[in-house]
Design a protein around this ligand. Structure first.
Ligand SMILES: *Cc1c(COP(=O)(O)O)cnc(C)c1O
Length: 450
């Protein structure tokens, strides 16, 4: 069946597809069933030929990191110039994936380590990542969870999902659940409905987020039934998708986005900065423009993680800053994503940006804008701030007390607070502070006060 794909694609382009073939093509289950997983089929479809040596190396790569490409996504590749094609590079194995550098890590974000229940990563105070599917329509070559790709043993079963939900139920600080995977939209409608129903029943959950690449690699997954189901969730659903290149914004992708946006679902996009794919200010500007035209707000631009086999995709951080510099001010503010580095070891996402604050005195701030104009902002002479004692009911700024539940403050906010005497935050095991007994950890920042 796979060999019919090129034909289908050609006919699709020339609008010569008969009704049945068209019905197949736009059926997401047909697309899944006909995913391309071997080299010969790619050769046939793109009408290309790898030499024996290259074919052997590609096969070695596939044996470690499997390949899976939807016919739809492969149909976006330009066979005339496939080696430089941004779609091909994201989908087709490269033997450089087998090159492991000494900085590579199998689980750079410590997602497995920070996991209190199956599939759950609880790193931030008020929200969790919940991997509910281990399956993806297309295996992105730059996947940060490459260690688990195609790992059939890991597909979460009902019991594991229940245990994840149980953790969320009994952890009232969680107000935001981010469903990820794999791709949650590769679950059946029935399973998605069940998960959403269960989450809707949990009182402390305020927002449900879904991370999915289906609008990019399997846009036909966004069916009227799926949209209806999402729409019926009582709690707000926010969707983040993953476009990396303007060429991915096809008419069927646009259709999928329009259906989701028209159902009132806010859409965001998380791109990964990839060498030789989108590490170019002009490509990125084109991408963010195409996103907002389709009602998708660029959310994050990720520096490529330190996962194994991704070195050839990594750029310098400087390239990311250069791209951010080319966006801010040069185009609409809501086109500009936040550029983040997900800290190795599980430190979470850290925003990185060009510096706009050049200097500061007691009453003046020196700034520069995107054009390089250097300017001053005169601070008020008479500003008296309200010292905060966390007693919101007697404060002249009106915050209703029931909304001011947050009692303890962590991180830099703690150093800035009036009501807290902490003067330093000391990383646990800081040998500079206590070189004699490095085991003497400061688990609580208060202790560093003494
Ligand atoms: C990215 C991520 C989140 C969500 O982060 P936001 O900045 O709120 O989008 C939550 N938990 C984990 C473990 C994450 O990696």
């Amino acid at each position: 069946m796979n060999t019919g794909i090129l034909e289908t694609r050609t006919k699709l382009e020339n609008r010569r597809l008969d009704d049945q073939a068209y019905a197949n093509w736009v059926d997401w289950k047909w697309q899944i069933a006909h995913r391309i997983r071997d080299i010969s089929t790619i050769e046939k479809i793109l009408n290309i030929r790898f030499d024996d040596d290259e074919r052997k190396r590609i096969q070695e790569t596939i044996d470690i990191f499997p390949m899976s490409i939807t016919p739809y996504y492969l149909s976006l590749v330009d066979p005339e110039d496939y080696r430089n094609d941004p779609i091909f590079k994201q989908a087709f194995p490269d033997r450089r994936e087998l090159h492991v550098t000494k900085h590579d890590m199998t689980d750079p974000l410590a997602e497995d380590k920070n996991s209190p229940a199956p599939g759950i990563t609880h790193r931030y105070p008020d929200r969790v990542l919940f991997c509910v599917s281990n399956v993806c329509a297309m295996y992105c070559r730059h996947c940060t969870r490459k260690r688990r790709v195609g790992d059939v043993d890991c597909v979460p079963d009902q019991d594991q999902l229940e245990r994840g939900l149980d953790y969320i139920r009994k952890t009232p600080v969680i107000r935001d659940v981010l469903l990820s995977g794999g791709d949650p939209f590769l679950l059946s409608d029935k399973k998605i409905k069940w998960l959403l129903d269960e989450l809707n029943k949990i009182e402390h959950i305020e927002v449900i987020r879904i991370g999915t690449r289906t609008p990019v690699v399997l846009s036909y997954r966004i069916t009227a039934e799926l949209v209806e189901l999402l729409k019926s969730s009582e709690k707000p659903i926010w969707i983040n998708t993953h476009f990396n290149h303007p060429q991915e914004m096809t008419s069927s992708a646009k259709r999928a986005l329009k259906m989701l946006a028209s159902a009132g679902i806010p859409l965001g996009n998380q791109s990964v900065l990839l060498a030789d794919v989108n590490d170019c200010p002009r490509i990125m500007k084109r991408l963010v423009h195409k996103l907002v035209i389709n009602r998708v707000r660029p959310y994050y631009l990720y520096q490529c993680d330190l996962s194994e086999g991704l070195e050839h995709f990594r750029t310098s951080v400087g390239k990311g800053i250069e791209i951010m510099e080319s966006l801010r001010g040069h185009t609409s503010g809501f086109c500009v994503p936040t550029y983040v580095i997900d800290a190795p070891g599980g430190g979470g996402k850290i925003p990185v940006a060009p510096n706009y604050l050049i200097s500061w005195s007691t009453n003046k701030v020196i700034l520069r804008n995107y054009e390089g104009v250097i300017t001053t902002y005169q601070e008020p002479d008479c500003y008296r701030h309200n010292a905060c004692d966390l007693k919101c009911d007697t404060c002249n700024l009106h915050l209703k007390l029931d909304e001011a539940e947050e009692k303890s403050v962590v991180g830099i906010s703690r150093l800035l607070a009036d009501y807290d005497n902490t003067i330093t935050l000391t990383p646990a095991e800081d040998e500079m502070i206590d070189p004699v007994s490095p085991k003497n950890k400061f688990d609580h920042p208060d202790e560093s006060n003494v």
